[in-house]
Design a binder for this molecule. Structure first.
Ligand SMILES: Nc1nc2c(ncn2[C@@H]2O[C@H](COP(=O)(O)OP(=O)(O)OP(=O)(O)O)[C@@H](O)[C@H]2O)c(=O)[nH]1
Ligand SMILES: [Mg+2]
Length: 329
């Protein structure tokens, strides 16, 4: 999990487990995700959740790389067949934002950065987390190219994968500057804190006598158009260009804070003010977090996570992703 500082990486991680128990999210009933933390991370992440949801206490900025083991059970139900279960264990690394995306002048721990890049090079999935309400275009433009160069370069992996080990036996030219496609089979660009953006759009619409709830706004946002807006066509194309032939790229919007389901569609933040811990915990449910985990585990897209099938989709046709809202037409 990589992304600029304060993008919301830790909050998304903390919301993964509760998101799996928030209700019947898979409409077609074919997949069901459950997961549990199997090692040290467990109490830490649920502690963050409780403090944040019940008392609005922010998690501290992540200082080092922290590994969590997630165990995801995928239940496939097909009519006429006995349901089958597949358990996927994911080692997930939460990273400090300023390790890969330092602001200018920030001292970076180079050893830790290189270790993380080595890990990203071998990762089956990469989630690039971006705050949908903050401009990270400059940081991404400054850093993304060198990150992608490092994780696709042929030279110097600490722990080379099978093909890279094999390639070493074949006499070859010096590998400096040579690149291979990204080893990851899934790349998700996750645009977080969408509750804040949806809330402000909903307010603007109300001023124009359009009554659209924040949840309805969040559901109508086109993730790819928003990503184009946030980091630009060039950066999305950079990511596309390093993907392997069978790898999948998806863009999603999410909110770890979430919305109230049902008719009001308020954001959790506006609803929870002045309410006690018990009430808050009962009502809290994230948005798009479950779908992000489902993509990482199964490659399946849906809801607020959209797959990018072709380079031609990464074109900034519209000035604003809001143009794609059905109620704006
Ligand atoms: N409203 C809202 N705020 C959020 C959401 N997710 C995160 N935040 C806020 O965003 C801030 C940063 O969240 P973190 O999860 O700590 O961000 P991070 O990417 O882990 O940051 P670093 O560890 O510093 O790299 C905190 O103040 C959170 O309260 C969300 O879905 N909605
Ligand atoms: Mg963090």
């Amino acid at each position: 999990m990589i992304g600029p500082p304060r993008a919301g990486k830790t909050c998304v991680l903390a919301a993964l487990e509760p998101a799996c128990y928030a209700g019947p999210l898979d409409d077609d009933g074919q997949l069901n995700l459950r997961h549990g933390f199997t090692v040290d991370g467990q109490s830490l992440l649920s502690g963050y959740t409780v403090d944040w949801v019940t008392r609005d206490e922010d998690p501290h900025s992540t200082l080092g790389c922290t590994d969590y083991m997630l165990e995801v059970t995928v239940q496939a139900r097909r009519p006429g067949f006995r349901s089958s279960q597949r358990v996927t264990t994911i080692q997930c690394t939460d990273t400090p934002g300023d390790l890969l995306f330092p602001k200018q002048g920030t001292q970076v721990n180079v050893d830790l950065r290189n270790r993380l890049l080595g890990q990203a090079k071998e990762a089956s999935s990469i989630i690039l987390v971006l705050d949908s309400t903050a401009s990270s275009a400059e940081l991404v433009e400054r850093q993304l190219r060198s990150i992608l160069d490092s994780i696709t370069s042929l030279s110097g992996p600490e722990n080379p994968g099978f093909w890279r080990r094999l390639l070493r036996w074949i006499p070859q030219r010096p590998q400096v500057g040579r690149h291979v496609p990204l080893a990851s089979v899934r790349f998700l660009i996750l645009l977080t804190q969408i509750d804040k953006l949806a809330h402000s759009v909903s307010r603007q619409l109300r001023e124009q006598d359009l009554d659209v709830s924040p949840l309805a706004v969040a559901k109508a946002i086109d993730p790819v158009a928003l990503a184009l807006e946030l980091i630009g066509e060039r950066n999305l194309r950079r990511i596309w260009s390093v993907m392997g032939r069978r790898a999948r790229l998806a863009v999603g919007v999410s909110s770890a804070r979430g919305f109230l389901r049902g008719s009001s569609g308020q954001t959790f933040t506006e609803w929870s003010a002045g309410r006690d811990a018990q009430e808050r915990l009962g009502a809290w449910s994230s948005f798009g977090v479950y779908e992000a985990l489902r993509f990482i585990t199964t490659g399946r897209c849906g809801g607020p996570v959209k797959r990018v099938h072709d380079l031609s989709e990464l074109v900034r046709e519209r000035a604003l992703p809001l143009d794609s809202f059905p109620f704006m037409r």
